[in-house]
Design a protein around this ligand. Structure first.
Ligand SMILES: NC(=O)c1ccc[n+]([C@@H]2O[C@H](COP(=O)([O-])OP(=O)(O)OC[C@H]3O[C@@H](n4cnc5c(N)ncnc54)[C@H](OP(=O)(O)O)[C@@H]3O)[C@@H](O)[C@H]2O)c1
Length: 282
């Protein structure tokens, strides 16, 4: 039985990861920012003392706010990640660092392979990219698991927003020129546990659903699954929704490295949504 420590463990991913680890029969210690602030290097050193695996789910995740608060985002996403990596490396603890599609430029037309050179275009992406580099240099055995388009019961997300807006508006407009892989936090948690159990080598891994769609396609799928008329969801271009941080037009991540190491990929996004939606709508 392994002992896991989750930093940032009370967020959307952390809550489901804790459940999945417990279900696997391992022990899990969940910490949030109030009990373990990853920007406090000494506190991180003390916390990592007695565990086998650390998953760093802690992050500044407010993508638009990061544009005007890049230093604060950097202190969590880069310096905080470095603190966790240094402590884990010194004690020989397996580390999983959760990262993001925002480290890429979003201009590709075919899936980003795990070894594609990062080229972030937003402050959030730059800080997460710096976190990846820090983790890779301080702890080469760490797994950097990039994910994207996450939704889950434990936090605000696009699927929850669509469900709320369905009750407030007759029609909604959603962008149809950004492509990605909607990924259920339960499926990502399951993949993280499988990667650790398989003892895969360190480096970059992609933890996203199979298949791809647009935000408009995802919104329509939510409506269809929930039994609402999908024609209420209308497609618009991103130029109608200009945001402080640039959004990647193409965020599809390739997962070839999983099959190369005999690790089953995450299921198709539409199948996951079907299973997830009752819990999300409850
Ligand atoms: N959501 C997505 O669509 C998405 C996509 C790609 C990648 N990711 C990555 O997935 C990971 C998990 O994201 P999530 O969606 O679960 O985000 P989340 O719900 O915002 O959770 C992040 C957690 O980090 C904690 N945190 C912030 N600053 C901290 C600090 N200094 N020390 C310790 N904890 C701190 C927050 O706790 P407090 O609220 O208590 O401060 C929060 O609970 C992140 O690395 C994120 O970059 C997310």
């Amino acid at each position: 039985m392994k002992r896991w420590l989750l930093t940032g463990g009370r967020g959307m991913l952390g809550q489901d990861l804790a459940r999945v680890v417990e279900r696997s029969g391992d022990q899990v210690l969940v910490t949030g920012s109030a009990d373990l602030d990853i920007t406090d290097a000494q506190a991180v050193q003390d916390a990592v003392g007695d565990v086998d695996v650390v998953v760093n789910c802690a992050a500044w995740t407010a993508v638009d706010d990061a544009e005007t608060h890049e230093a604060q985002a950097f202190s969590i996403n880069a310096t905080g990640a470095a603190n966790v990596a240094r402590a884990c490396a010194q004690r020989g603890v397996r580390l999983v660092q959760i990262s993001t599609d925002y480290v890429f430029d979003g201009t590709a037309t075919t899936p980003y392979a795990e070894d594609t050179t990062q080229r972030p275009r937003s402050a959030y992406g730059r800080t997460k990219c710096a976190g990846e580099w820090a983790v890779r240099s301080l702890h080469p055995d760490a797994l950097v698991v990039r994910t994207a388009w996450l939704y889950g019961a434990g936090g605000g997300n696009f699927v929850a927003t669509m469900a709320r807006l369905a009750g407030e508006r007759d029609t909604l407009t959603v962008v149809d020129d950004q492509r990605g892989q909607p990924t259920w936090t339960v499926d990502l948690a399951d993949l993280v546990v499988r990667l650790v159990d398989a003892g895969v080598p360190g480096g970059y891994w992609h933890g996203v659903s199979a298949g791809e769609t647009t935000w408009w396609g995802l919104a329509r799928a939510v409506f269809e699954e929930a039994g609402w008329d999908p024609e209420r969801v209308q497609a618009v271009g991103s130029d109608q929704f200009v945001r402080p941080a640039p959004r990647p037009a193409y965020s599809v991540l390739g997962t070839a490295r999983l099959s190369e190491h005999g690790v089953a990929p995450v299921r198709d996004w539409a199948d996951a949504l079907r299973e997830a939606l009752p819990e999300l709508l409850a």
